[in-house]
Design a protein around this ligand. Structure first.
Ligand code: WT7
Length: 642
């Protein structure tokens, strides 16, 4: 099949008619979009689905390789076009620009190397790397040989890395010696060495020397990246895979239990990432797109890598952080690379807001056309600040709501097309059929309603399973409200039919855009010998969106508070990663529990929000006096915050 251009919606009226069409006949709608890709074999059936068993297939019977769509198809006309711009952590170091032609060679070299190392179609490969082009090459090379990548964010600890490698049964790890994030030195290979002590499935480890750190190389297991690619061929025939062949696993946190390996498959994810990128951001040829997310998160997968490349775009990979070497770093980057579409998280915006206007001085941001926000609700203040100071009141802001599980953006304005309302994700994209339901599962029709956000119909980018645990996939997403996918988020639909996301309604918290299960932090705290029991909740934090508040019962009442805090925070860093360290640790004598022994987090959440009354019905509590004690103990922390 030939590849044509993907359809781009140009007006609000076109959005409305496209949306209506997509609901009337979803299969016709998506099949028309899918025509514009390169397939090795076409499909027999656009969609098969059953939300009871959570069995979903898109483009069944077709075969393809996503990297031919990301790379090869652009070579005929655009081989010299820049595919990727790398901006290093340290701005005095040279940026790198990689053309589509160079990208093809790099990915082919690595595909040959992985094949020589014995990685086969269907094998899982863990990628634990800095934000450097090699990380992108690694993901694409896996896809090219039909292996499944499992990228683990390079902020996770050795233990968290090992857990993820074991769960996915990875046969190889691709990593680097280390990196700097701001001024912080992170020795990735050392962390990998520690993780690999626990992971018998890993046969090979390929190491990219990025910063010339001293590293240990284990003979027979560890290989130097550049030595191997130097001798490899620059041609590699992309392996043909089925539409529903897994493309990647990406771990994310849930309400309970260990992180889940969210499984995405090839064709549907490709179509959805490409379509949403083109339409939400209104990408035009020549645009320079910069998404500041790390490739260790879904945003990095879909909008640093796949979405832009599938559209033949130029994508910026930024290795650094917003405030290094100073709070003007983003603005320098936009000026330097003439970024036209800039996509970042509210937490970054709020942290930069504190520095006022000075960091903008001398920075030319006139290349910007579109701004995006992702990862957490954006408050109105931050929205206005972003709009005025960064966009100079000329750039629409797309507040994009989606999840690791959804594969791509679900609810968002189309830039410059959908009328905006600050702090609203606005309207569903074509193909996305929402339902708002009350706690009993009754659908709330019409406008001016609030409830739990569900999706009632499949879309191509949706996750297909939890790696190795399909039953958990069904239970988590499809069994709470029968016949629907449940997102875990609450929302309201206002009088104009616009959607505002109000945040998670489960025990997942969002700290600086990092999704963390409160249960995971509790498990880590409880591992410490002196902790009898703990309960963790999120509380409103002016920069991070949410902070982590831990209530802990300790065995020795006499342990010095500072030591206790240090030990607990250190342990959480080791067990999960630094970003999951509790902000507040409150030692308590008891936790509010029901007679059946369930911790009433609802009460703890209210206390952490500063509530001293109005806890609703607490008559079912085993011992209501603990609530008084906890409220009293919380005051000192609440005072510190205000
Ligand atoms: C959760 C998903 C989507 C990629 C990054 C996060 C929250 C995400 C928004 C938004 C309000 C948002 C939700 C969602 N979230 N975007 N624009 N407005 N909330 O992916 O780590 O899977 O987290 O992030 O609570 O469920 P994730």
């Amino acid at each position: 099949m030939n590849s044509n251009h993907l359809q781009q919606i140009q007006t609000f009226e076109a959005y409305q008619t496209t949306y209506a069409k997509s609901c009337e006949n979803p299969e016709a709608f998506w099949s028309e979009i899918a025509q514009s890709f390169l397939w090795k074999k076409t499909w027999n059936k656009v969609l098969n689905w059953d939300f009871k068993t959570a069995e979903i297939t898109w483009f069944d019977g077709a075969a393809l390789n996503i990297t031919e769509n990301c790379i090869d198809r652009h070579l005929a006309n655009d081989s010299g076009k820049i595919a990727m711009i790398w901006e290093p952590n340290n701005p005095t170091e040279a940026a790198r620009k990689i053309s589509y032609g160079e990208l093809a060679s790099e990915v082919n070299l690595l595909s040959n190397v992985l094949t020589e190392l014995g990685v086969l179609k269907g094998d899982r490969v863990c990628i634990y790397m800095p934000m450097i082009p090699e990380a992108a090459f690694a993901m694409l090379a896996c896809a090219r040989i039909g292996a499944i990548h499992s990228v683990v964010f390079a902020g996770f600890s050795a233990q968290a890395l090992a857990d993820r490698i074991i769960d996915a049964g990875c046969v190889a790890v691709l990593t680097a010696d280390g990196m700097f994030r701001g001024e912080k030195k992170i020795e990735l290979k050392k962390i990998v060495d520690e993780a690999l002590l626990q992971t018998p499935s890993v046969q090979k480890c390929l190491v990219y020397q990025h910063r010339n750190f001293d590293i240990n190389m284990e003979v027979g297991r560890d290989f130097d990246w550049c030595s191997l690619t130097a001798n490899a061929a620059t041609h590699f025939n992309a392996v043909s895979v089925d539409s529903e062949a897994p493309l990647f696993v990406l771990y994310t946190s849930g309400s309970t239990g260990k992180p889940k390996g969210i499984l995405h498959t090839t064709a549907g994810y490709m179509v959805y990432a490409a379509y949403t990128f083109l339409n939400v951001f209104q990408y035009k040829p020549g645009d320079v797109f910069c998404c500041t997310a790390d490739i260790g998160w879904i945003t990095g997968h879909s909008y640093v890598l796949y979405g832009p490349l599938l559209n033949g775009g130029t994508t910026v990979l930024f290795e650094g952080i917003p405030n290094y070497p100073d709070a003007g770093r983003f603005w320098d980057l936009i000026d330097k690379h003439k970024v036209s579409i800039f996509y970042t998280a509210p937490t970054a915006i709020r942290s930069l807001e504190l520095y006022g206007k000075a960091p903008f001085e001398g920075k030319n941001l006139s290349s910007l056309k579109v701004l995006g926000s992702v990862g957490e609700p954006i408050n109105e203040d931050a929205w206005q600040w972003y709009f005025e100071n960064v966009g100079k009141m000329n750039c629409p802001i797309v507040d994009t709501w989606w999840q690791t599980e959804t594969g791509g953006i679900m609810i968002s304005p189309l830039a410059g097309i959908t009328p905006l309302k600050p702090a609203f994700a606005t309207l569903p994209l074509p193909g996305i059929q929402l339902a708002i339901v009350d706690d009993k599962g009754n659908e709330l029709y019409g406008n001016d309603v609030a409830g739990n956000l569900c999706i009632r119909y499949p879309w191509p980018g949706m996750a297909r399973s939890i790696y190795g645990n399909h039953e958990r996939f069904i239970q988590t997403y499809f069994s709470i409200y029968s016949g629907m996918y449940f997102t875990g988020d609450g929302c309201k639909r206002d009088e104009d039919g616009y959607i505002r996301i109000t945040g998670r309604v489960d025990d997942v918290i969002n700290v600086s855009g990092h999704r963390i299960g409160t249960g995971e932090v509790e498990d880590a705290l409880n591992e410490k010998g002196f902790v009898v029991e703990s309960a963790v909740v999120g509380y409103p934090h002016h920069i991070k969106g949410q902070g982590i508040w831990a209530f802990v019962i300790c065995e020795q009442a006499d342990i010095d508070y500072e030591t206790l805090c240090n030990e607990l925070r250190q342990h959480v860093s080791v067990s999960i990663g630094g970003f999951a360290r509790p902000d507040v640790i409150q030692v308590v004598k008891g936790l509010p529990k029901t007679r059946s022994g369930k911790i009433m987090r609802r009460i703890l959440r209210k206390i952490a929000e500063g509530e001293t009354n109005a806890f609703g019905d607490i008559t079912t509590l085993l011992d209501s006096s603990v609530v008084e004690q906890i409220i009293e103990g919380a005051q000192v922390f609440l005072r510190q915050k205000s």
